[in-house]
Design a protein around this ligand. Structure first.
Ligand code: 5GP
Ligand code: MN
Length: 320
């Protein structure tokens, strides 16, 4: 089990670093990318030789963030004394890389975090890792530059559906306001993360034709096959949001083609079902209201495996 770090211990850990690798998760989202970029810049400002790494493609829509295009996918040839795993609910989500043999420090907000790292700063009440970092930087009086503010605002806004989801708290809005005061451009963040190419919208009819309603209308599900993923793979959340907004829906599933025998599933809920626990039934995890898993089966086999369980959970309400 990981040693739990409190704020003071995390600060000492960061201040002791000389050469740090700041790592995000595969299938990186706005929270992951924004948090990695902001902490990397914060450490550099404090004289640390810090590098940002994500072992996967960073979607071009995030290139409005300074440094996004320079995030590396393989470990630079340096002797790192500190490795920071950001927004990483499990070690596997870091990707398969030869990690330096130094203690791994994990900064996270997933309730399902099993404590895999050597040291863990966990705040499951935070809407985003970006919220955790902003709160800490403010408390520690660490400078938040306009580029950091933009990255942190992106992290927070994208993980709480622009302050709409249930994870949005008074603190979320307070720290987001502090970022606006430090130069974040909220209109640019909304525009850059929500705009999409025509091809991603033209595939909408095919995706929505897969819409299935179960559990007396309390469960909605959509499926993105190989062609849909090719056209709209960087915009999966846009389609998921539509299926989630259907009236009467409590749980939404999104089945996404990855490989012939590999399927990603996203889970969302509104008020009752704990989808972190539901996703854990299939080896995944996440948050109470947003979770995911990878199933090593075809799209069709994944649907027939996951759907009955999700329908039962929606009916009987594995509540949280
Ligand atoms: P998404 O559906 O947006 O990919 O993921 C929703 C949430 O579930 C995210 O917070 C993400 O970190 C988490 N999540 C997604 N896939 C997995 C997985 O395979 N394992 C775990 N533990 N968490 C996941
Ligand atoms: Mn997150």
């Amino acid at each position: 089990m990981a040693t739990m770090l409190d704020r003071a211990a995390l600060r000492r850990r960061l201040e002791a670093a000389k050469t740090a690798l700041v790592v995000g998760h595969i299938k990186p989202d706005g929270d992951c990318i924004g948090s990695v970029l902001a902490l990397t810049e914060a450490l550099r400002l404090r004289g640390v030789d810090a590098d940002a790494l994500i072992a996967d493609d960073v979607a071009a829509k995030f290139y409005y963030l300074d440094g996004a295009a320079e995030i590396v996918a393989t470990i630079p040839d340096k002797a790192y004394d500190t490795v920071l795993f950001m927004d990483l609910s499990t070690a596997e989500r870091a990707g398969e890389l030869p990690w330096p043999a130094v203690p791994i420090v994990n900064i996270d907000h997933h309730i399902s975090n099993p404590g895999y790292a050597d040291e863990l700063y966990l705040d499951a009440t935070a809407a985003a890792v970006g919220e955790i970092l902003t709160e800490l930087f403010l408390e520690w009086d660490w400078e938040i530059t306009p580029t950091m503010a933009q990255a942190l605002y992106t992290a927070i806004a994208t993980d709480c559906g622009f302050f709409k989801y249930a994870n949005t708290t008074e603190k979320t809005m307070r720290v987001a306001a502090a970022l606006l005061a430090r130069g974040a451009d909220q209109a640019e963040v909304a525009q850059r993360t929500e705009e999409l190419p025509p091809a991603a919208l033209r595939v909408l009819p095919q995706i929505m034709a897969t819409l299935t309603m179960e559990a007396d209308g309390a469960l909605s599900a959509i499926t993105m096959d190989e062609a849909a993923m090719a056209a709209g793979g960087d915009y999966v959340d846009t389609y998921l949001e539509l299926a989630r907004n259907i009236e009467g829906v409590e749980v939404t599933l999104q089945f996404k083609y990855a490989e012939p025998e590999k399927t990603y599933v996203s889970f969302r809920s509104k008020t009752t079902v704990d989808v972190s626990a539901l996703a854990a039934e299939f080896g995944g995890g996440g948050h109470i209201r947003a979770a995911g898993c990878t199933v090593w089966k075809s799209l069709a086999d994944t649907i027939s495996t996951v759907m009955p369980v999700a329908v039962a959970w929606t009916h009987h309400g594995r509540r949280h």
